[in-house]
Design a protein around this ligand. Structure first.
Ligand code: NAP
Length: 257
């Protein structure tokens, strides 16, 4: 029987890997998902050894629409219950929208939005029936504004922020909470994947460890969202509403390039 099982997508690197450590160090079991099976197995061994928890590895490409139901059926088939869902897998891609590869953008929307919504849709009913559960969706500060030169990525994170908070509101009183984790720049493989490794954004980036720790604490407190950098929180909540949108977007464009 697995205890306080957490399902983490995108656990093979970066923030997801650190979320796995946060979960396991509390003595809680894990089911970790990503495409790279070797990295997942290596992480699983490390977590079992360090924290004496049970860890299952499921290698799946979450852009495949069938994958989400396959994971759910695997969990159900083994008589497991997911008490913690971490929708963390995601990627970005910089460039002019009209010049970007459609298959890449389409995959980004599939992973960053549809997989997040579908996994919540599959696992939240069981949580509600049991009267307890936690969902942490890794969103981004990108979700609070339109993002020229990363137009689709920013839009996918606006979706994650919106759906997370609305579902959290619906679930009030059920014992199930949904939290959006909104980091600024974090030192992970993300910048390379997104074609942003030259961007100034990542010069003073946070670590995945502190980002995951802040997200985990906010999730346990049942908060709606957590913006992991104070300066960004002030800019987003305090200043942006008063700045003309074209000016704000010019700023975003400058930072991306
Ligand atoms: N780094 C930042 O600056 C930053 C800032 C704000 C928000 N975020 C968000 O944080 C989350 C995690 O990103 P990260 O920064 O930790 O980057 P990362 O190190 O590149 O991690 C991305 C994770 O997602 C997994 N993944 C990618 N495509 C997948 C697919 N098709 N199917 C299943 N898993 C897939 C990757 O594993 P495999 O390659 O093994 O599949 C990896 O484990 C993302 O949602 C990202 O948007 C990052």
């Amino acid at each position: 029987m697995m205890q306080q099982l957490g399902l983490i997508t995108g656990a093979s690197s970066g923030i997801g890997r650190s979320l796995a450590h946060e979960h396991a160090r509390r003595g809680r079991d894990l089911l970790i998902v990503a495409r790279r099976e070797d990295e997942l197995n290596e992480l699983a061994d490390e977590l079992r050894e360090r924290y004496s928890v049970a860890v299952r590895v499921v290698a799946k490409d979450l852009t495949d629409p069938a994958s989400r139901r396959e994971i759910f059926e695997l969990v159900e088939g083994q008589g497991l219950t997911v008490d913690y869902l971490f929708n963390n897998a995601g990627f970005g891609g910089a460039g002019q929208f009209h010049e970007q590869d459609w298959d890449m953008l389409s995959g980004m929307m599939e992973l960053n939005m549809r997989a997040v919504a579908e996994l919540m849709h599959l696992f939240v009913p069981g949580m509600v029936a049991r009267g307890r559960g936690r969902v942490l969706n890794t969103s981004s500060t990108a979700g609070f504004m339109p993002g020229p030169l990363q137009a689709v990525y920013f839009a996918t994170k606006a979706f994650v922020n919106s759906v997370s908070k609305a579902v959290a509101s619906e679930l009030q009183g059920t014992g199930v909470t949904v939290t959006a984790l909104c980091p600024g720049a974090v030192k992970t493989d993300f910048a390379d994947t997104a074609g942003l490794s030259e961007s100034k954004l990542f010069e003073s980036a946070a670590t995945p460890q502190t980002t995951a720790a802040q997200g985990y604490t906010a999730m346990e407190a049942g908060r709606l969202e957590v913006i992991t950098e104070v300066g960004l929180a002030v800019a987003i909540k305090g200043l942006m509403p008063f700045i003309p949108e074209r000016l704000a977007m010019a700023g975003v464009k400058k930072i991306q390039s």
